[in-house]
Write a protein that binds this ligand. Sequence first.
Ligand SMILES: C[S@@+](CC[C@H](N)C(=O)[O-])C[C@H]1O[C@@H](n2cnc3c(N)ncnc32)[C@H](O)[C@@H]1O
Length: 374
Amino acid sequence: MDLKELLKQYSQALSDSRAFWDIVAFEHSEWPWEDESTLARVLDGMRSLVDPVWPYEPSEASEFPPPFWLTQGIKGRKLAQVQAFIAQVPNQLAIATEWCAGKGHLGRLLSFTQQRPVVSIEWQSALCAEGAELARHHQLPQTFIQQDVLATTDDGKIQQTLRNSQTAMALHACGDLHIRLLEHATEAQVRDIFVAPCCYHLTRQAYYEPLSKIAQACDFRLSKNALRLAAQGLVTAGRRERGLRQTELVWRLSYESWRQDQLSDPCYRPLNSVSKAIFAGPFEDFCRWAAAQHGMSLDLSFDAEYWLAIGKQRFLVTEAIEQVRLKFQPYIERWLLLDRAVFLQEQGYEVSLKAFCERELTPRNTLISARARV
Ligand SMILES: C[S@@+](CC[C@H](N)C(=O)[O-])C[C@H]1O[C@@H](n2cnc3c(N)ncnc32)[C@H](O)[C@@H]1O
């Protein structure tokens, strides 16, 4: 599979289909597309693109369970993900670095399974302490470095650790965090790199900054809104949670419709986030809070029922637009994965993308595996 060629194809297809996904649904009070046949044609084109991610193939290693005493405290799904991840990491003797490790479950199980030293890097000192205690308890050669991996100063320890490592791995390190690993690990020429990315939108930048030269040459920029779409997964929210989310959206849209009407201002103006408790009270209280955010106030003529009905209508439009945007989710995510993969190739690595576990375990189930060419 020529990943560079595929990245070019995905870039072109996403550029051509931008009108359908590069759009903020709740800013629209009406259906924004005139010609529905274009959507069908564009989606047909997207479906014809080759998927760069090899499907999941269970291996014996991923089915062999570690002893129960080692896995206590790791929740079922996380344990299955960790096992599946480890099954992809070749057996070596040299140090493995675990990036944004949490309590270091991945590192601890790898250290046990492959009998090798692991250095786990994590920001939160409490997680480092718990992980170190577990490693000590099980007499495993796993150590922790408490460090902010995004810090640009004081990162000598990280660089040194990576230079001494044969493997660098990150399971579900969010946005900027796993990008920092790709940059540091390639600079240190770590032989094997394994990254399962997630939460692409958790980045300090307002717009995505592509890593590879091909993606940098693209004529579109991914906003946080598009990155959030890429990280969307199976809807796992329960009925109550979905109900609360719907109320919040309807109320926000109702208020926004009133504000736009009052000020004759067609441009959407965001509101801060607010304690969910407000959505259990009267709609008018929410509107008073929202109006205060915009330096406005409600007067006695405020017709709550009327604006709620408008909000419900807009909610339906928002949901319908989101359904269209969701159809582009896999392609934006693949573009982001390809960008990472091609960046690694540019740094002298052989790269593959494959599903390391079933999607039911986690929607972020793609593993980027890279080996230095030397
Ligand atoms: C989603 S969790 C993943 C933890 C673990 N890899 C796993 O899969 O269970 C992300 C971890 O990154 C850590 N983290 C967040 N920001 C960090 C930073 N700037 N430097 C180091 N670790 C960070 C968090 O404390 C958290 O433990």
